[in-house]
Design a protein around this ligand. Structure first.
Ligand code: SF4
Length: 708
């Protein structure tokens, strides 16, 4: 049995959010993208505990909070701090520039509660220090260091245990610089999936992982190369396989591989081969999204293997369609490659494409941006797109150049989210830049373009994946007026949780405003919902069951119609019993077909299918009646009786033909009557959204029925 620990270390890992324009932290009921940095730090902390890096006497209890979807109970956590036996360590991880003010405010709140072992790491501090004037520390970072907060530059793989040890031994430094050399990632602890955490996201089966870090290109607006470096480093593919297996058992089968450019990971092929093997040999069929550069479509086997491995979506850094702009931005790799060919190649392989597009390069004007968006829609044709305003991110060469030229840059880092103007544009002033950005979103996500995108999808699953993404994007922009990458569903806004320096509004000011805001949001949701429903009615793929029923009805109609002349020629001297047998066989087969169809439609709760069922039974009834009549009269020899048979059976068969035509028309016209039965259609739409699959493969008919 393990001895009682002499010290308990409460390691609180927090991914800070940013403030909205009114100064309220952005938090949603459901988020869309789990944080990979948080998962990485959880993995590293668990490894420190597992390996007893801090010695047997120290027990680690770790807590993780993603402020985008969770409230951080600062006071409650601070109460755990009872030194020297119990200590709380706060790690503000993966802090980007736009989250830096919020992260600092959280750190200050912990300090006020008596917790002082606080660390801040991530892109802002790492990138800013990396590109600061030699020997200097940017002022906002120096300030938090002076306040007693520890700054961690670079990646902590291979160092996390040492940092925690320093804290335990009261040797915590103000700055840990792990910029160079960068850690070998091959066998570093992997990001850990926490099922409780994933429940805060729209898809609880969705997690993140990174295979590699770094990028080989030189884009001047990018800070990734100055934090993760230009030499690609990667994890061992088999090392990742073990985690994917473990996560699969927990129900995780969909990933976002967060590598900034997975196409340049040196072991991408071994990685895809491993995923293909898992799929084929162990039945672990995961699906995933990746980020890749535009020239990746020319890499031998890259798209092919990505598809075989389960890739459903690729995020492409298109950034601009203007050659001169791309040259000036250092994105020369896109000059030689064609965004249109790239998108076409991925889409042809069945991988949905997402184009990242930047607005506000120095050569852009409002008119040129609008022309480019038209080209993006008409020529490049990605399934989805995101727009960003060019931002001189600390840690990018753009930031260095503006600083050296002494140009104005916004002082509030909260604005450095790529959706605000943070510097002056040479051609777009007085709000024109923001207007170009907003109009780009509106143009791309217009009804007509969404309809065209949905009609381009080739399979049922591609259709629903695209639909789901379009709802995510459109709701973020249209309902919440936020960028999809930081948005979510159902916004929380605590009255008192306002940015320090801004007044806390009294209840009678805050609530009327908030209620009006919520009313506006729900109204816009309703409008969006109606738009989606109408789009769905215009674009949805005909279900296989419907198509199958229509085909079968056509065949039966032709078959029965061809027997009507035969009926006229039969008499007691020819092979009447054969005619009777054939007719009753057809009736039996049709009865079986209707029963199978009924079972499938009922199990799928397919409203249109259920509605036409009585008519299909009517067809069967007429057919059976005709067969029974012929059978019953077959043994009789009276000429008069045969005349009766011909007349009665003829009428029954004629009815069958008419019923077939009526049901077929009904099935087809039901698809277009969008104004009728609004409420039921809404329910049907909601159910389809939830189910996403109407295919025969889901609930198959007997194979002999399908092959007929
Ligand atoms: S290709 Fe992407 S990740 Fe690489 S430098 Fe350019 S923007 Fe950064």
């Amino acid at each position: 049995m393990r001895d009682q620990p002499t010290q308990i270390l409460h390691v609180v890992l927090i991914k800070a959010t940013r403030y909205d324009d009114d100064g309220y932290p952005m938090r949603h009921w459901w988020g869309v993208l789990p944080s990979n940095t948080l998962a990485c730090l959880v993995g590293l902390t668990d490894a420190v505990q597992r390996d007893h890096t801090l010695g047997d006497g120290v027990e680690i209890r770790r807590y993780m909070y993603d402020e985008a979807v969770q409230k951080v109970p600062i006071r409650k956590l601070a109460r755990l701090h009872r030194p020297p036996y119990e200590r709380v360590i706060v790690g503000l991880v993966g802090v980007q520039s736009n989250q830096f003010p919020r992260a600092c405010d959280i750190a200050h709140a912990f300090q006020r509660e008596g917790v002082h072992d606080i660390l801040i790491g991530g892109f802002h501090v790492s990138g800013s220090i990396a590109l600061a004037e030699p020997g200097t520390i940017p002022s906002e970072i120096q300030q938090i260091m002076d306040e007693g907060i520890t700054v961690v530059k670079g990646e902590v793989e291979g160092h996390w245990g040492d940092i925690l040890k320093d804290i335990v031994e009261d040797r915590r430094k103000r700055l840990y610089d792990f910029g160079e050399p960068k850690p070998d990632m091959s066998y570093q602890p992997l990001p850990v999936v926490d099922k409780q955490y994933l429940k805060h996201f729209m898809q609880a089966n969705f997690a993140t992982l990174d295979l590699s870090r770094g990028c080989i290109w030189d884009c001047e607006f990018c800070c990734i190369i100055n934090v993760h470096g230009k030499t690609m480093r990667h994890r061992d593919a088999e090392h990742i396989a073990a985690t994917i297996r473990r996560n699969y058992a927990l129900g995780v089968n969909f990933y976002f591989f967060t590598d900034d450019n997975l196409a340049r990971a040196k072991n991408w092929e071994a990685f895809f081969d491993m995923l293909i093997r898992l799929r084929e040999e162990e039945g672990i069929a995961i699906e995933f999204m990746i980020q890749a550069d535009v020239p990746s479509y020319r890499m031998k086997n890259f798209i092919l293997k990505a598809k075989q491995a389960g890739c459903t979506k690729v995020f492409l850094g298109v950034e601009s369609l203007d050659t001169e702009t791309l040259q000036a931005a250092g994105k020369r790799q896109n000059v030689a490659a064609s965004a249109r060919d790239c998108v076409a190649a991925y889409e042809a392989a069945g991988i949905g494409t997402h184009a990242g597009y930047i607005i506000g390069f120095p050569t852009d004007t409002y008119e040129s941006v609008m022309r480019s968006i038209d080209r993006l829609i008409d020529e490049v044709k990605p399934s989805t797109a995101s727009f960003f305003m060019l931002t001189p991110l600390p840690g990018s060469m753009d930031h260095v150049k503006l600083r050296q030229r002494g140009e104005w840059m916004a002082e509030d880092f909260n604005l450095y989210d790529s959706f605000h103007e943070t510097t002056r544009h040479p051609h777009m002033q007085d709000g024109q830049w923001t207007k170009a950005y907003q109009d780009a979103w509106a143009k791309f996500y217009s009804y007509d373009n969404i309809k065209a995108i949905l009609l381009r999808t080739k399979t049922e699953s591609a259709y629903w994946n695209t639909f789901k993404n379009l709802i995510w994007y459109k709701s973020s922009i249209f309902v919440y007026r936020e960028h999809p990458m930081i948005s979510g569903f159902i916004r929380f806004k605590g009255r008192k949780a306002r940015r320090p320096g801004l007044p806390i509004e009294p209840v009678w000011v805050y609530w009327p405003k908030r209620i009006a805001e919520l009313g506006g949001e729900y109204y816009r949701w309703w409008l969006l919902f109606k738009e989606c429903k109408s789009l769905w009615l215009e674009t949805r793929k005909e279900s296989l069951l419907e198509r199958y029923a229509v085909e079968k009805l056509s065949r039966l109609r032709d078959e029965v119609a061809s027997r009507l002349p035969q009926l006229g020629s039969i008499n007691e001297s020819v092979a009447d019993p054969h005619f009777a047998t054939r007719l009753s066989q057809t009736a039996q087969e049709w009865g079986q077909f209707v029963a199978d169809l009924e079972r499938s439609w009922r199990s799928l709760r397919h409203i249109e299918g259920l509605k036409v069922l009585p008519r299909l039974h009517g067809v069967w009834h007429s057919l059976s009646q005709a067969a029974t009549q012929v059978e019953g009269r077959a043994g009789q020899v009276s000429q008069q009786l045969w005349q009766d048979v011909r007349a009665e059976t003829g009428r029954a068969l004629q009815r069958t033909v008419e019923e077939c035509e009526a049901v077929r028309d009904m099935l087809q016209s039901l698809r277009q009557r969008s104004l009728l039965r609004e409420a039921r259609r809404v329910m049907q739409f909601v159910r389809c959204l939830a189910r996403k699959d109407w295919s025969l493969e889901a609930i198959p008919l007997p194979t002999e029925q399908i092959s007929q």
